[in-house]
Design a protein around this ligand. Structure first.
Ligand code: ZN
Length: 368
């Protein structure tokens, strides 16, 4: 990730906090000087931000759904950092038997504002996806390298830059002893990469956020911090299990090759969905819905066995104008047709299904 990003983002957060309530007051000399002081202090912290990120990114935080042990250690590292700064930190543990510690950790820390009835939340996530094929990495994904103005490591961009920049924005507010107009808070959450079931969703259910609060979620953007995302595609992760009959590779006529049927499922789905949901919207990047066959589980160890079981996954990112219920119906129709035709049994299991709402109607760039 480009070093400029957390640096500009920290400046952005600081400036947002100083200007969000009353645009006119920023013209006031006193306000301007504290804004300038804050931005200058962030300039001075540039190397510290880089160093912090390097240390944090060494701590693996791979989501358990991606085969990792979760965010526990990284969360504790950040909790310690915040407490060292003199911040009060609340820990919100959510039970998860898949991780060694038995809980997924979420942290919140609030600086009380002049008006404490409302809070501006800066929400970033601690977990990462796994590194993928290790041999495709030029450097060790868990031994961050700083090179050519960039930090190379798993999760430096997503979402390490947001964690670092929001922490340093908070540090500057504290060091300048600024009482924000409204309360300002960090939410450092788990499980964003896999549906937020152990992260922001339980925090919402617990009542951590109040109606009327504002939130910035720095999980996208550009290196100068001027881009604001106002919409997300809907998401569907689907597991497709195809059951046939396993036999010796020399006698395929006695079995039913689940791999072949699975490939047909994937190809037919791929063709159908791309054709049917072909609308575009330039608000999104890419501007169209995507339907990608991604993970494929190992079927047989050897070459001379016809597989009786095939397990594959699709990652679909769909423009919010389309209904995921409709998309699922299309998967179902391909499934039924191929079951009839081949005699295989096909199961569809949604791993994540989240219909997103329409984009916000207006947006104004921060730099305008
Ligand atoms: Zn992210």
């Amino acid at each position: 990730m480009c070093i400029a990003s957390p640096y500009y983002l920290a400046k952005f957060y600081f400036a947002v906090e100083k200007t969000s309530q009353d645009q006119t007051s920023v013209k006031d000399d006193c306000e301007l000087s504290s804004l300038d002081d804050g931005l200058k202090l962030i300039d001075d912290y540039r190397e510290d931000i880089v160093q912090f990120m390097v240390e944090m990114l060494k701590i693996k935080a791979v989501n358990p759904d991606g085969g990792g042990k979760g965010e526990f250690e990284r969360a504790l590292f950040i909790q310690k950092w915040l407490e060292h700064l003199g911040c009060k930190v609340a820990r919100h543990d959510v039970p998860d038997t898949r991780v060694p510690e038995g809980v997924r950790v979420n942290l919140t820390s609030i600086i009380e504002g002049e008006d404490s009835s409302r809070t501006l939340w800066l929400a970033s996530h601690l977990d990462t996806v796994p590194e993928g094929a290790r041999e495709l990495w030029v450097t060790d994904p868990y031994d961050p390298i700083v090179k050519d103005g960039k930090i190379f490591a798993r999760g430096s961009e997503d979402n390490g830059q947001a964690v670092a920049s929001t922490l340093f924005a908070l540090k500057v507010l504290k060091e300048l002893d600024i009482k924000p107009r409204m309360s300002i808070a960090l939410a450092l959450v788990s499980d964003e990469e896999s549906g937020s079931k152990y992260g922001v969703i339980p925090l919402i259910e617990k009542g951590v956020f109040n109606a009327g609060d504002l939130a910035l979620v720095p999980d996208t953007g550009c290196s100068d911090g001027s881009e604001i995302e106002i919409a997300e595609k809907s998401i569907l992760w689907l597991k497709i299990t195809t059951k046939g009959k396993q036999v010796h590779g020399s006698l395929p006529q006695k079995g039913l090759n689940a791999y072949r049927v699975g490939m047909r499922v994937a190809l037919e789905i791929d063709g159908l969905l791309h054709k049917k949901y072909s609308g575009t919207d330039t608000l999104f990047d890419p501007p169209l819905s995507t339907f990608e066959p991604t993970k494929h589980e190992l079927n047989v160890e050897n070459i001379n066995t016809v597989p009786g079981l095939d397990v594959q996954y699709f990652d679909c990112r769909v423009l919010p104008r389309y209904s995921l219920t409709e998309v699922m119906k299309d998967f179902e129709s391909v499934k039924s047709e191929l079951e009839r035709e081949t005699g295989a049994k096909i199961e569809l299991t949604p791993i994540q299904l989240e219909q997103n709402t329409a984009p916000l109607s207006t947006a104004r760039s921060f730099t305008e």
